[in-house]
Design a protein around this ligand. Structure first.
Ligand SMILES: [Fe+2]
Ligand SMILES: [Fe+2]
Ligand SMILES: [Fe+2]
Length: 490
């Protein structure tokens, strides 16, 4: 039987300023957790998620409650253990963990061990007895879950452990446990990966590069995958699609925090790219696309906030790049005025609506929609935009191979002809290897965009980098395939 576990340890959330001179990034730890949870739900889909203690740094009840709201978003079953930082009120916010959890033929035992001096711990005789009882009449896999590092004697450099480790480890071995999974030591130590024993100490989520583990158990065979929430700094990745508080659909995105997070997440730079249509038209008009027939000169719902956006962006560019996500009207014209066009360094063009696709589902003629898209794009791509944002997003309801045969080649021809890059975007949609390979074969460059509307999304290129790998490429190919739009280059 196989079991996939996502293991998160040592979140250490505490309210406070974003910039802190400590390794523990306590003030962004809630964002880190949310970013991990979204990756777990969307891409890892484990059978079980375990949270191995030290959720908060300061025992704060409000902190625990805030994290619980995030943890409740996990789609997998979840076990939450307290750590030595979680304080007295932990069990009034989180339920006591079940002592024994059986899942997919694996029996997991949870332990809440008593703290000892110097950040060590002791397992009670009663709890050691539980390790024996769990084996009685049971011949499947056993896993021990705890906050403090449970390790084979002399097998790790962990400065922390159990004052009665020899007794616990004897019980572990005599009862043929498959794995001890712990947290607490922020450096972490994967003894399974380095073939030094059946123990894993998950590294702290709160310390760069913000790691959690995916553990795949198949019988006694265990494989771990490290998931880092920060991008490798040496890749010098640029996020070309980041929203601001000016977006009607923004969930937070205050500029100073956005910039701090871009740095935390290892980006070389980011571009602010607010929707032009949202900066010229009031909310209702924008959402019902009421400005698209007449474009920038549409009288309906005009509400010019462009000046405010440019002022905010200019004050922060550099370090950021001043850009816009420019809507396309029904005639293929960019929805923008000259002054804003001239002020922006990076122009993402977006086709968010097609008339054909606004019809009821059963009346949509997909070929007509494809032709409308290509007609619109033939003018829009020639307008001077640098990037076509989320090229197939409006067709996301249909798999790429069900789309009319002329659509993808037609889009890519127009991008190629006009020197426009294609955005790789996974925000509420996907970019497929088929689309990416068609770009590469045609010599169309790509850019990475997160389309961030929430802090947790900034520079999250996990799916983008997987796509590169799925196309048979490696990170060393990135300089050849990514467009670099900084300093006015195209
Ligand atoms: Fe900790
Ligand atoms: Fe968009
Ligand atoms: Fe966007």
């Amino acid at each position: 039987m196989s079991l996939r576990i996502a293991a998160i340890a040592d979140i250490h959330y505490a309210e406070g300023p974003v910039h802190l001179p400590y390794a523990r990034r306590t003030a962004i730890a809630d964002i880190l957790l949310l970013r991990a949870i979204h990756r777990i739900n969307r891409f890892i889909q484990p059978d079980l998620t375990v949270i191995l203690g030290d959720l908060v740094d300061d025992g704060s009840r409000q902190g625990l409650e805030k994290l619980k709201e995030h943890i409740d978003k996990l789609e997998s079953p979840c076990i939450v253990l307290p750590g030595n930082h979680d304080g007295e009120e932990f069990f009034s916010v989180f339920p006591s963990p079940e002592e024994v959890v059986d899942i997919n033929g694996v029996r997991l035992l949870t332990f809440v061990d008593e703290e000892q001096p110097d950040y060590n711990a002791r397992r009670s005789d009663l709890d050691i007895a539980r390790m024996h009882e769990a084996r009685a009449g049971y011949d499947g896999q056993l896993v021990s879950l705890q906050h403090y590092p449970l390790l084979p004697p002399n097998a790790s450099e962990s400065p922390y452990g159990y004052t009665n480790n020899a007794d616990i480890w004897t019980a572990f071995e005599n009862n043929h446990f498959t794995l001890a999974l712990s947290g607490h030591w922020h450096t972490g130590d994967d003894l399974v990966a380095r073939k030094a024993g059946r123990a894993i100490v998950a590294p702290a989520l709160c310390e760069h590069p913000f790691t959690f583990l995916e553990i795949n158990m198949d019988g006694d065979d265990i494989k771990t995958i490290r998931h880092e929430l920060a991008m490798p700094r040496e890749l010098e990745l640029v996020d070309y699609h980041v929203h601001t508080p000016f977006a009607y659909c923004s969930q937070n995105m205050e500029v100073p925090i956005t910039l701090a997070l871009a740095d935390e997440f290892g980006l070389a730079q980011l571009a602010f790219t607010e929707h032009s249509g949202q900066l010229y038209f009031e909310r209702n008009t924008y959402w019902k696309a009421g400005f698209l027939d007449d474009g920038i000169n549409s009288p309906e719902g005009a509400d010019d906030r462009m000046g405010g956006y440019l002022e905010l962006a200019k004050a922060n560019c550099p370090p950021a790049i001043l850009g816009l996500e420019i809507d396309c009207d029904n005639s293929g014209n960019p929805v923008i005025r000259r002054d804003a066009w001239d002020a922006t360094e990076v122009k993402l063009g977006s086709i968010h609506w097609l008339k054909e696709l606004k019809k009821p589902d059963d009346e949509i003629d997909l070929q007509a929609a494809a032709d409308e898209m290509l007609g619109r794009l033939s003018k829009f791509a020639a307008s001077g935009i640098d990037v076509l944002a989320h090229p197939l997003r409006i067709f996301r309801k249909w798999p790429d191979d069900e789309l009319p045969a002329n659509l993808i080649p037609g889009i890519i021809d127009l991008l190629k002809k006009n020197g426009v890059a294609a955005e790789i975007n996974f925000h509420g949609q996907i970019t497929t290897p088929m689309f990416m390979n068609t770009c590469l074969n045609a010599g169309v460059k790509v850019v990475f965009g997160s389309d961030s509307h929430h802090y947790r999304e900034i520079g999250d290129f996990y799916p983008h980098l997987n796509l590169i790998r799925d196309c048979g490429l490696t990170c060393s190919d990135l300089p050849d395939i990514l467009a670099d739009l900084r300093n006015g280059e195209r």
